[in-house]
Ligand binder design. Structure first.
Ligand SMILES: Cc1cc2nc3c(=O)[nH]c(=O)nc-3n(C[C@H](O)[C@H](O)[C@H](O)COP(=O)(O)OP(=O)(O)OC[C@H]3O[C@@H](n4cnc5c(N)ncnc54)[C@H](O)[C@@H]3O)c2cc1C
Length: 443
């Protein structure tokens, strides 16, 4: 019997793939929540009016899995893993039960860890799970005129942008510990473009913030920081995610950041595989491991583990860290490494950036940044931002990175041209590659 702990993107994908590869295998999922796969930006989608209830952001249908003979137990939390006995403790409605496994897949994901300074407070909210998002929404729908968002990374700025759409009159403040927005996520060319839009949307941004304490009365909170105090009706945390490693602590070896130590098949030991947000993954273009919590990554780790468990052993996965986010009317697309990753390489990473035009008369412009390995001209990363929906560029960028194209190859790569479709004689990727080669000012 294969037991999967965690029925979200990694866990469900593992179950589906195992079923595809073996029609007879007994597969069981234990999930502590009462649903499978809530997409955590559901709250933003609701605030923007794109969905009518948070439940619409649930991705998987239990009945569909059951129809594939995948046994799903909701409201069932694994509290202990005993690798020696190959046994788990599962608690459902307060009742504990011992469950044996032949192979165990742990897909317990990530958490937004409580901050020490939020202890004993009632006005600090978060958004990753459906329950968290519902509580946050209930509060927002009440008498709230100001919100402080803690964190100016992707999660924080997408949330601030959605809040602006939800309540145009809301006073919104982002408090960020780094010296600029999106410091870890994107190059400063892109973050400056977003910061400009954010200021036009009347959002207060404070960077370089160290949080000291939070004090509350019934109606409002006061956040004390190195840059003074901020009074607000509500605080929403938007921190980086962390591995939810609690049940693995006594079962397998964990890395210093709490991620699991696994081999290239995501196997921690003979009968235990660990997937998704519990792992650090290799960033493909620079071969260094990073914590990159993304749905696309979680799903691929599941494909590899299922392939290995079923005995095929043909698949491997390294991430290009490809993703898209949108805030304040800009879509941002990124794939691969960036300049800040240079500290992990033995070679220099050069950067080139420019502003280019998209196909079509009066189309918005696109900011593009490429990161190039200095010694052999391999393209290691690409980022872009535009007021146009450039989300389809993400998959194109990731193929450039995975294909290890050089700037010379990209400069003359043939992109189609047809007058009836959005196309240009030269693509912005041709143009930035040519600029890298011939226009020193843009480097
Ligand atoms: C606000 C926000 C927006 C995001 N937007 C995007 C995006 O646009 N694109 C993207 O790719 N990624 C996005 N992410 C990241 C993405 O949500 C994660 O990478 C993804 O959820 C990881 O999937 P997973 O299956 O590995 O783990 P999780 O989704 O964390 O799922 C783990 C599952 O295990 C269950 N579980 C945990 N412990 C136990 C236990 N002991 N017993 C039983 N069940 C347990 C949990 O209830 C959960 O269902 C976003 C994250 C946040 C917070």
């Amino acid at each position: 019997m294969i037991v999967i702990i965690g029925g979200s993107f990694a866990g469900v994908q593992a179950a589906l793939e195992l079923r595809r590869l073996n029609k007879q295998q007994k597969i069981v999922i234990y999930e502590k929540e009462t649903y499978l796969g809530y997409v955590p930006n559901g709250l933003n989608e609701f605030l923007k009016g794109k969905i009518n209830s948070l439940e619409e952001a649930i991705l998987y249908d239990v009945a569909e899995l059951k129809s594939k003979q995948i046994d799903v137990h909701l409201g069932s939390e694994c509290t202990f893993v005993d690798p020696a006995a190959k046994e788990l403790t599962i608690v459902k409605a307060g009742q504990a039960e011992l469950v044996s496994y032949d192979q165990l897949i742990v897909a317990a994901g990530s958490i937004q860890r409580p901050l020490a300074l939020e202890q004993g407070t009632n006005l600090v909210y978060q958004t990753k799970t459906l329950a968290d998002a519902q509580q946050t929404l209930d509060k927002l729908q009440g008498d709230v005129s100001s919100v402080a968002v803690l964190g100016g990374g992707i999660i924080g700025i997408e949330l601030a942008s959605a809040l602006r759409q939800f309540k145009p009159e809301l006073q919104i403040t982002i408090l960020e510990k780094f010296d600029r927005l999106l410091e870890l996520a994107v190059d400063e060319v892109i973050s400056s473009a977003i910061t400009e839009k954010l200021q036009e949307s009347n959002i207060q941004l404070h960077t370089g913030i160290d949080f000291e304490s939070i004090h509350e009365d019934a109606q409002s909170a006061c956040i004390r920081t190195n840059e003074g105090s901020f009074k607000t009706d509500m605080i929403i945390k938007a921190p980086n995610l962390e591995p939810n490693h609690q049940i693995l602590e006594d079962a397998i070896t964990l890395d210093i950041d709490g991620s699991s130590i696994v081999n290239r098949n995501f196997q921690a030991e003979d009968s235990i595989y660990v997937l998704g947000d519990l792992l650090r993954l290799t960033l493909m273009p620079i071969k260094e491991k990073f914590y990159m919590p993304l749905i696309n990554n979680s799903v691929r780790t599941a494909l590899v583990a299922a392939d290995h468990i079923s005995g095929k052993k043909e698949l491997t996965f390294e991430s290009t860290k490809t993703n898209v986010f949108a805030a304040f009317g800009m879509t941002v697309v990124r794939s691969g490494a960036q300049k800040r990753n240079e500290r992990f390489t033995s070679y220099h990473i050069n950067k080139c950036n420019g502003v280019y035009s998209l196909p079509g008369k009066d189309s918005p412009q696109v900011y593009v940044v490429i990161f190039v390995r200095e010694d052999n001209h391999q393209i290691l990363g690409i980022q872009a931002a535009s007021e146009a929906d450039i989300s389809p560029f993400a998959n194109l960028f990731s193929l450039v990175i995975r294909g290890k194209l050089t700037v010379e190859e990209l400069a003359t790569h043939d992109f189609f041209f047809h007058a009836a479709y959005p196309s240009k004689e030269t693509h912005c990727l041709n143009e930035i590659a040519l600029d890298y080669l011939y226009n020193e000012e843009k480097r």
